[in-house]
Write a protein that binds this ligand. Structure first.
Ligand SMILES: *[C@@H]1O[C@H](CO)[C@@H](O)[C@H](O)[C@H]1NC(C)=O
Ligand SMILES: *[C@@H]1O[C@H](CO)[C@@H](O)[C@H](O)[C@H]1NC(C)=O
Ligand SMILES: *[C@@H]1O[C@H](CO)[C@@H](O)[C@H](O)[C@H]1NC(C)=O
Ligand SMILES: *[C@@H]1O[C@H](CO)[C@@H](O)[C@H](O)[C@H]1NC(C)=O
Ligand SMILES: *[C@@H]1O[C@H](CO)[C@@H](O)[C@H](O)[C@H]1NC(C)=O
Ligand SMILES: *[C@@H]1O[C@H](CO)[C@@H](O)[C@H](O)[C@H]1NC(C)=O
Ligand SMILES: *[C@@H]1O[C@H](CO)[C@@H](O)[C@H](O)[C@H]1NC(C)=O
Length: 411
């Protein structure tokens, strides 16, 4: 591992924290699910025999060859945020930092500007046009759930009440836009492959056991989905070693994390090869979402966390939490696959955003922090998850740009 001793020691602290949040969140989601399920019995989707073409102008596409992941954050309090905490009824408490007491809102006012081209302006109607009669699914851990929620918030404002529904079928959350027969979905699979952490309500915090060669059970729920967006990183990074099985389900062994991650990726790649039809389905892979646990990384000599950070990092910056060995592994594997998969390499642009995490304005064990906990940001601050509106909106603007890029009007 490239990580130093201090990082090995600190990672578990942060991870126990997010895992507990993850579990309680899902328990709560599950409790609510009965009620929202009734609400979600929305009747048969309307017929959409004729797909309506959507108008894509040259401005909607970025220039071929432009690397949209290289650029800078520009102050833009005119166009951003793209929605507000109040305007999106689907935001969960974990991400509504302002409502939870965060005093500054600058983190909502930055626009990502690629160096050599422009990203198209996010247009929810165009996205719904693309998603007409289709499913978009986000698969991964709680960071990925944040991206799912961001996407729901980005599109939901153009859909009238009564024509949109959010409901839960653990381990999934599903948002439906009835008039478009479109769905945006989230599937909890923190390791992508199977593990003892997959149960929506009952999984252990400290014990983890990953089945590196098993994915079929998850895969059943992913079959036939039109747009799949995968992500898996932080759950692997608990210790330098991880307990896993490979080959025989009874033979539990400790694997070095990069080795285990590689085997899991290969299992996933095999699933992709035998289940994806590249003519009708598109697959995206999110690169790792960075953490900002130690302020000495961007402010040498300091001892804090991402708490009380109000501005992005301006200088070139790459945190030690973002493992380059795993990054390279993902890059190589995707290159070798005969099916085109788009890597959304959002790590660098998110690395700059030390200001955008939930810190003490999120949840711990399913509850907002107490006054005492808030006074101890070093222990209780969350520098892994992101406030919404915020950085995950930019990931979705980029995903949207790629969907437009590839979209062929169908008459
Ligand atoms: C937007 O930012 C500019 C420059 O910092 C500031 O002068 C202006 O008051 C801000 N506008 C709003 C609506 O916050
Ligand atoms: C609605 O969308 C689903 C895919 O999400 C598709 O299988 C189904 O055929 C669509 N229904 C209609 C009536 O278009
Ligand atoms: C949770 O899982 C463990 C082991 O998988 C099992 O023994 C236990 O009965 C489960 N608890 C509940 C409440 O389902
Ligand atoms: C693997 O599991 C064993 C038995 O439960 C445990 O003692 C060991 O600490 C685990 N290793 C890791 C890296 O978690
Ligand atoms: C937050 O930062 C400001 C200036 O950067 C400083 O004056 C203040 O004491 C800090 N607050 C805490 C609680 O660290
Ligand atoms: C993703 O971007 C980073 C920073 O620009 C770069 O170092 C890395 O190699 C890229 N990853 C892949 C797989 O291309
Ligand atoms: C993959 O994408 C590239 C560039 O978009 C294209 O040239 C190539 O034909 C695609 N390959 C397959 C197998 O679809």
């Amino acid at each position: 591992m490239l990580l130093d001793r201090r990082i090995h020691f600190l990672f578990p602290v942060a991870l126990v924290f997010i895992l507990v949040v993850g579990i309680v969140r899902i328990v709560l989601d599950d409790l609510k699910s009965n009620k929202s399920f009734i609400f979600g019995s929305y009747g048969k989707p309307e017929e959409h025999k004729n797909r309506k073409p959507i108008f894509i102008s040259p401005k909607d596409r970025f220039e071929e060859g432009c690397n949209v992941f290289e650029g800078q954050w520009m102050w833009d309090n005119v166009s951003y945020p793209l929605y507000t905490e109040e305007s999106c009824p689907y935001l969960v408490k974990q991400t509504t930092c302002l409502r939870n007491g965060r005093p500054d809102s600058f983190y909502q006012n930055w626009r990502w500007q690629p160096n050599t081209c422009k990203l198209p302006r996010f247009d929810p109607l165009k996205l719904l046009g693309i998603l007409r009669g289709k499913r978009l699914m986000f698969i991964g851990d709680s960071v990925q759930r944040g991206q799912f929620e961001s996407m729901v918030c980005l599109v939901q404002s153009v859909i009238p009440d009564g024509k949109k529904y959010l409901y839960r079928v653990p381990p999934m959350k599903i948002f439906k836009a009835e008039e478009y027969n479109a769905s945006i979905e989230y599937y909890w699979a923190p390791f992508m492959v199977e593990s003892i952490s997959d149960h929506a309500t009952n999984h252990t915090v400290h014990k983890r056991l990953v089945n590196l060669d098993s994915i079929a059970k998850h895969g059943k729920s992913w079959e036939g989905v039109d747009y799949l967006v995968f992500e898996s990183y932080i759950w692997w990074m608990y210790k330098p070693l991880i307990n896993a099985t490979y080959g025989s389900p009874d033979n539990i062994q400790e694997f070095k994390v990069p080795a285990a991650y590689k085997l899991a990726l290969e299992t996933w790649a095999n699933w992709i090869k035998s289940n994806i039809n590249p003519h009708t389905q598109k697959v995206f892979f999110m690169s790792m979402s960075p953490t900002h646990l130690w302020s000495w990384e961007w402010k040498p000599g300091s001892e804090g966390t991402c708490f009380n950070e109000s501005y992005p990092i301006q200088d070139p910056y790459w945190g030690t939490g973002s493992n380059l060995e795993i990054m390279a592994m993902v890059g190589n594997l995707l290159q070798e696959l005969e099916i085109n998969i788009t890597l959304l390499n959002i790590t660098q642009l998110s690395e700059y955003r030390k200001d955008a995490h939930t810190t003490i304005y999120g949840e711990r064990k399913g509850k907002l922090l107490t006054k005492e906990q808030k006074s101890d940001p070093k222990t209780f601050g969350d520098c892994i998850h992101w406030c919404l509106p915020g950085v995950p909106d930019t990931w979705n603007e980029i995903l949207y740009a790629y969907l437009l890029q590839k979209y062929q009007n169908y008459f």
